[in-house]
Design a binder for this molecule. Sequence first.
Ligand code: 5GP
Length: 396
Amino acid sequence: MQKGIEIARGKTKVLYEHPGQLDQLVVVQTDAISAGDGARRNEIPGKGRLAAQTSARVFRLLNLCGLPTHYLNGGEDDDENETLVRRCSMIPLEVVVRGVAAGSFVKRNPTVARGTLLAPRVVEFFLKDDANHDPLISPDEIIARGIANQGELSVMMEIARVTFEILAHAWRRREVLLVDLKIEFGRLASGENKGQLVIADVIDNDSWRIWPQGREDLMLDKQMYRNLTQVDDAALGQVKSAYEHVAELVSPFPVMRPGMAAIFADGIEGIAQADELAMAIGQLGVPTIRRVVSATATPGFVLQAVSQMETTFARLIVLAVGKSDALRAMLDHATSAPVLDGNEDAQRVALQTAKLLGLEDTVLYGRTLLVQANLRSAVLQADAALQNQAPGTALA
Ligand code: 5GP
């Protein structure tokens, strides 16, 4: 990747301009690892490459789900440690989402036992200020200091929660508990969405706590390094092995699992609804097949078609469209795949379909969360308009 002049240097990464493309930057993750605001520092050869791979795969997953991020491409196996991102002005906050009590949260809340599940999730803001050890900062203080406005704070909290749930889902599918997560935001520096909030910085094995099988003693994240009582080659080698393992585990994060929605219309009068369903389901990224059948005139064909589909597609959702319930009842008895009533509102049926497939597909799970978040945002916006207040902002 071509790089222009260096524009910023952090503890574990360097940012360069992208020659000829001023709205883009190249992020290079280094082999450095540090803790205690830089008080402990080491180099782990190869860590930058693992970090870039991990971050690229996490960002690709978030992009696929439809979340706004700065990530464009790169960071993968053949890109060394380099990632191409959209240029933004960073907001000097660390946004932490917690699903399980650990770390600084239990120190600040001694009555909460370490390992307690936090529902609802806790979202906290920390000011990026190494000299003062990144202090906790309240939403009021953030607004008072002009760091972000109320609307931006709400959007950051919503995006941070959705990001946490998406990554928690991806990790859960690998028997790993996501304990907490730190992300950072920026405002896009140019383009038609100039000023839009996007998830920026990196999201790698330094950004979260992850406990395989829910066991803290099996941790695989940077806390291993923070906890070292003696930092020697053997200990750093163990930390590197954990980072390698994590980079391997996140490799399939942005991969969708093949699924299919089969829409059966009972007679030609069901075709218009079948088309609407196909459109709404397709918008969520689920492929569809449409068939026109008749529960009464072609029952053998219905059974044959559904059993063929069942043997072809490992993850099948069947939708029955028709005035009478005959087709749905027939399909329900003929297949072990879930059969949904396709006569309802197409958007609602599409969301149900994505939810079912999303049980085993983090991308679809994330897309359903985003649809729900945007529906919430639309309601709040409508209410704010009614009350004559500043409206909220949609997430994407
Ligand atoms: P805590 O506040 O409990 O120390 O950290 C909460 C979460 O944010 C943990 O997942 C931790 O790894 C992450 N975190 C906190 N501070 C930093 C930081 O300065 N850099 C990075 N990469 N992650 C941080």
